[in-house]
Design a protein around this ligand. Structure first.
Ligand SMILES: Cc1ncc(COP(=O)(O)O)c(C=O)c1O
Length: 438
């Protein structure tokens, strides 16, 4: 076949070469709706049929400045041109990037690098287990922590009856996950003081770590209350358990110092990825020096990998972090995000739709219902079908987002160029159409 030019041809061709016809599962939106991107720039993406979208999905959140940001791209290109990409040895950029992270996240004392959020979580968990010499790990229902077997278990809130007294079942994300990998993982609902207390009463001294996103970037930005997060911090400290805050989505986005600055609560270990490199594949984990120093030779925790701290990743991270630290980019993101949230609120009110926003302006969730969900189980009683219908209509009118209310709206600095009047008109039309459809 020559270069495929229609959606049907693209899918037909791709199916011959990739499972589902896509490069990773989450990109498959069906035969007709799978998006094929030709180019990205600023806050806009253009698909292979030449249609332009204002993008609030931003590749699942890494874009914090904008696509093709010159400040970042030129630093990367210059590094490749003058120094190369990879040597498998230390470079001066290693320490320079760690210093840039520490300048924004004062509780981070030592850091190691990774290539993805999945890998950063893996490193943090192993470090926590190495330090505590314990095995169990607690995660919060509705959180997402990457694609390792152990993290590929979830609370089946979608298949759960909210009127039932029992907790949702724990199920694997899909096939190929050995059941043994679930045996060391416990789940608790966010903001549930009783569940936290009883779990620690039963198993506290075996728990190596509690791993959570306090602002759940994979559950509509449903957020921990300051009281619950503080109780979690106290409980983990009392039991010698590591508190790992997964800032893969929130880091360098919700504040310079991420969710931890937002709450004023510090983890023992933290994971970062996404916004750290404005779309380049870079990640890291770090935290208390005494904990991180369990990494090392002769019986210490092993961490490494061929592509770790490669120069493409680190030059992108250095340039991105410098922009975020030295300019008012994040203030712009917050301002624009608040304006967009306000205009959407006006649209929902005019359409007589009960609605709630969760999370900060830089990554807010929208929930159709009467109360802000306080955990994943509460999300189950929101009108996710209406959100889904609304999101698809937005997409058809040129606004790209994930058609699932568990994925927040991501804002980047380049969204300041969006015509908010246009967006309000489009959202009004999309909501009218969605109400008629459901
Ligand atoms: C909170 C969180 N942790 C970990 C991951 C895994 O990151 P990656 O997709 O870079 O492996 C994600 C991905 O969305 C995430 O949102």
């Amino acid at each position: 076949m020559t270069t495929p030019t229609t959606q049907a041809q693209r899918m037909l061709d791709a199916h011959k070469h990739m499972p589902q016809g896509v490069a990773e599962n989450y990109r498959y939106w069906g035969e007709e709706d799978t998006v094929w991107v030709d180019k990205v720039e600023g806050c806009r993406i253009t698909d292979c049929d030449g249609r332009e979208f204002v993008d609030f999905r931003l590749g699942y959140g890494p874009i914090i400045l904008g696509y093709q940001d010159r400040r970042v791209d030129s630093a990367v290109i210059e590094t490749i041109r003058t120094k190369g990409t990879i040597s498998g040895f230390s470079t001066l950029l290693d320490t320079a990037v760690v210093k840039a992270v520490k300048a924004m996240c004062p509780n981070i004392e030592k850091v190691r690098f990774a290539n993805s959020g999945t890998e950063a979580v893996m490193g943090a968990l192993r470090t926590a287990r190495g330090f505590t010499n314990r095995k169990r790990v607690v995660i919060v229902e509705g959180g997402f922590h990457g694609l390792t077997d152990e993290m590929m278990w979830k609370s089946d809130v979608e298949g759960w009856d909210p009127s039932a007294q029992s907790a949702p079942d724990i199920i694997p994300f899909g096939a190929g996950i050995p059941s043994q990998t679930q045996h060391l993982v416990d789940f608790i609902p966010l903001n549930d003081h009783a569940a936290l207390a009883s779990l620690f009463a039963a198993k506290g001294d075996d728990i190596a770590a509690v791993l959570l996103e306090p602002i759940m970037g994979n559950c509509g930005s449903i957020s921990a209350t300051p009281e619950w997060l503080s109780a979690l911090r106290d409980t983990t400290s009392r039991h010698g358990t590591m508190l790992i805050i997964d800032e893969v989505k929130t880091g360098f986005r919700v504040a310079k110092g991420g969710a931890q600055e937002h709450y004023g609560i510090h983890a023992d270990l933290t994971t970062y990825a996404k916004a750290m490199g404005n779309g380049y594949p870079v990640a890291c984990f770090g935290g208390r020096a005494d904990v991180m120093d369990v990494i090392g030779a002769d019986g210490g925790v092993v961490h490494g990998g061929t592509y770790t701290a490669n120069l493409v990743a680190l030059s992108a991270a250095k340039a991105t972090l410098d922009v975020l630290n030295e300019t008012d980019a994040l203030a712009t993101v917050d301002r624009v995000g608040a304006e967009i949230r306000d205009l959407l609120g006006r649209v929902f009110t005019a359409a007589d739709i009960a609605h709630q926003f969760a999370g900060p302006p830089s990554m807010f969730g929208i929930h159709f219902g009467d109360v802000v969900p306080s955990n994943y189980r509460d999300w189950r009683v929101t009108d996710a079908a209406l959100y889904n219908a609304f999101a698809w209509r937005l997409i058809h009118h040129g606004v790209m987002l994930e058609p699932d209310s568990r994925e927040p709206w991501f804002i980047c600095e380049a969204h300041q160029s969006v015509d908010l009047g246009w967006l309000e008109d489009v959202a009004t039309t999309a909501m009218k159409e969605a109400k008629n459809a459901v």
